[in-house]
Design a protein around this ligand. Structure first.
Ligand code: M6R
Length: 369
């Protein structure tokens, strides 16, 4: 069943272009209109929504952090993202105008299930984003949008994450469409961009040899840091999580703007730091700021591993290792920027002799609180 791959994780990383395409399939018509027929919450109810709360755990939580940027931008509805395990213990403010989005690959994560039960008890509507047909979370939700990643066997989530992102973008665009926000004009463009994303992921996968080589050369390290800004921050968190679970290394993700508030003290000679660079087009302020961050850490001896768009020349002088990703609209960049981090963690873990499909102490679905 590994189809010639050395591990399920490698197979699932390679399946990502198809998983992304399958999750979009049938949900966007030729005119760029979205139709999400599994969303069984009436448009009238969605028009009244005044707050979106995303609950999830682990990698799915990182997808939720990225969803916040898309939902707030395209719908102008305030969006909170919360770890499902924390949610119900803080007595969250919820009512019938709250839309709770529960993201879960397995559909069986107990923390997420308890969070959605709590939300429904308070009268909120719950939309599940899930990869497992008929699992508990979608069964207990008001609506479900299935990700079509196919079965994910490796404990570390890869293709499910990318499809969760696609589903989150679709939900954000759908809400924007139903509510007719002033960003409605952008929807057609985004839908077109999304259609090209599967090909972009494929291109990234075709250029990963240097990333694998780099990962092998870092197998003896104890720590790797990850930095990002905007949607690149959750990508950095996801890169660090992958490295923790697979390579059993100390890995941390930071918002690059936080560096000078503490983490910069960690920088020492030859410490590998992966930096996810936002597009120089669009929000160029963010781009320029992260270039300064790269300069700052490099001046203190860090070994910089820079993930940047094709054509971004400003980063070249400060990158010890440069990983190119295709130019993508800012909000969609996580779909391409995450892939090298998955490959990096998988290869580094393998070089350390770890079993990547079944890391120690972890289970594929966590059905206890
Ligand atoms: O099945 P779920 O998406 O609800 O699982 C949530 C987390 O347990 C999961 O993403 C976990 O963090 C993965 N091992 C990450 O690779």
């Amino acid at each position: 069943e590994k189809c010639g791959y050395a591990s399920f994780m490698l197979k699932e990383i390679a399946e990502q272009p198809k998983a992304v395409a399958d999750t979009l399939l049938g949900r966007i018509d030729g005119s760029g209109t979205l139709s999400l027929d599994e969303v069984r919450i009436p448009p009238g109810v969605l028009r009244e929504v005044d707050k979106v709360v995303v609950v999830a755990c682990g990698t799915a939580f990182h997808a939720g952090l990225i969803a916040k940027y898309a939902i707030e931008h395209w719908t102008r509805i305030p969006c909170e993202v919360e770890l499902a395990s924390e949610f119900r213990y803080r007595d969250p403010i919820l009512d019938q105008q709250t839309l709770v989005v529960a993201i879960s690959q397995s559909g069986e994560t107990m923390d997420t299930l308890m969070a959605l039960r709590h939300a429904r008890e308070q009268g909120a509507r719950v939309l599940a984003i899930c990869n497992t047909n008929g699992s508990t979370i979608p069964r207990e939700s008001d609506a479900v949008l299935y990700t079509h990643a196919g079965p994910e066997v490796a404990v570390a989530s890869t293709k499910a994450f990318l499809t969760q992102l696609v589903a989150c973008y679709l939900v954000a665009l759908y809400l924007g469409q139903v509510r007719g926000t002033k960003y409605g004009d952008e929807i057609g463009d985004v839908v077109r961009d999304l259609s090209g994303i599967s090909g972009a992921v494929e291109r990234v996968l075709g250029t990963m040899d240097p990333v694998r080589e780099l990962a092998r050369s870092l197998a003896h390290k104890n720590t790797v840091l990850f930095l990002g800004r905007h949607v690149g921050h959750p990508v950095a968190l996801e890169g660090a999580l992958k490295l923790k679970e697979l390579a059993y290394m100390h890995a941390e993700g930071f918002a690059a703007g936080e560096l000078k508030h503490g983490p910069i003290a960690l920088i020492e000679e030859d410490l590998p730091v992966v930096v996810v660079v936002p597009s120089p087009r669009g929000r160029s302020v963010l781009h320029d700021k992260i270039v300064s961050n790269i300069q700052e850490i490099r001046a203190r001896g860090a070994r910089t591993i820079v993930i940047a768009e094709e054509g971004d020349e400003a980063v070249v002088p400060y990158a010890d290792h440069l990983v190119r990703i295709p130019a993508t609209p800012t909000l969609l960049q996580p779909l391409v920027a995450t892939v090298p981090l998955q490959v990096f963690a998988c290869e580094l873990a393998t070089a350390r002799g770890n079993e990547v499909d079944q890391p120690r102490n972890l289970a594929k679905s966590v059905t206890v609180e």
